[in-house]
Design a protein around this ligand. Structure first.
Ligand code: ZN
Length: 230
């Protein structure tokens, strides 16, 4: 074997080994930062940005209630209030929609996935054929989203007239396609007469936005224990 070629081969091997080690280190770091098993980057304690997703829009009205009107309008109302409050609290924000337009679910997740160091919060109102069902719920898919869901729901349930129907897992598309911690807030049942009427009230929408933001801020600043202490 020609020595020059052999020397080049050795250099190549060393270079390949170095690259392999760097790739292995990068993958290990990625694995450690991710929620195990669900390939989500765990930004739940570091995030500086919040992607705010007002549910539905355009031809998709979501739930339509004789007590509260259209879900898409209420969701956008709360989402815009959340954005203003988060920005006042020093967070960067991205809205998946700012007006009454239809955005595909995959597009909503893609908007989130294009960010860095962010979390995703989707705002909805609920509906049921059983008019007696009422209460707020927060859904999540990845494990690193659980605390965010709990913090937000605890704050919403503390609003007079609202109640806690629990944190739940779901395979909603905007959650399962998200590469960041993601939650979907069902603020209340528009199909319930008293809750529906309450959700139509501007004061309640403001209180919901405040509660969502408080939950996010507590989450960011290690708020699980603060929430528990309240
Ligand atoms: Zn909805």
């Amino acid at each position: 074997m020609d020595e020059g070629v052999c020397g080049e081969a050795t250099l190549n091997m060393q270079f390949t080994r170095l690259i392999s080690m760097r790739v292995a280190c990068a993958l290990a770091a990625l694995f450690l930062a991710a929620c195990s098993s669900d390939r989500v980057i765990d930004t739940s304690r570091t995030f500086k940005k919040v992607v705010i997703d007002a549910g539905h829009g355009g031809h998709d009205s979501g739930a339509t209630s004789r007590y509260a009107g259209r879900e898409k309008d209420l969701a956008l109302d709360v989402a815009l209030r959340v954005r203003a409050k988060l920005e006042a609290a020093g967070f960067d924000t991205v809205m998946t929609r700012r007006s009454d337009v239809f955005i595909e679910l995959d597009r909503r997740a893609a908007i989130s996935n294009a960010q860095t160091n962010s979390i995703f919060v989707s705002v909805h109102f609920n509906d049921s054929p059983n008019a007696s069902i009422r209460g707020s719920e927060v859904y999540y898919k990845s494990r690193c989203s659980v605390r965010i869901a709990e913090n937000i729901l605890t704050q919403i349930a503390a609003i007079p007239g609202f109640s806690n129907r629990g944190v739940r897992t779901a395979n909603f598309r905007v959650l399962k396609k998200n590469h960041y911690p993601a939650v979907l807030v069902e603020c209340g049942y528009l199909s319930n007469p008293s809750e529906g009427r309450r959700c139509r009230d501007g004061g309640a929408l403001e209180a919901l936005a405040e509660a969502i933001v408080r939950g996010i801020v507590l989450q960011r600043h290690g708020g699980a224990s603060m929430v528990a202490a309240n």
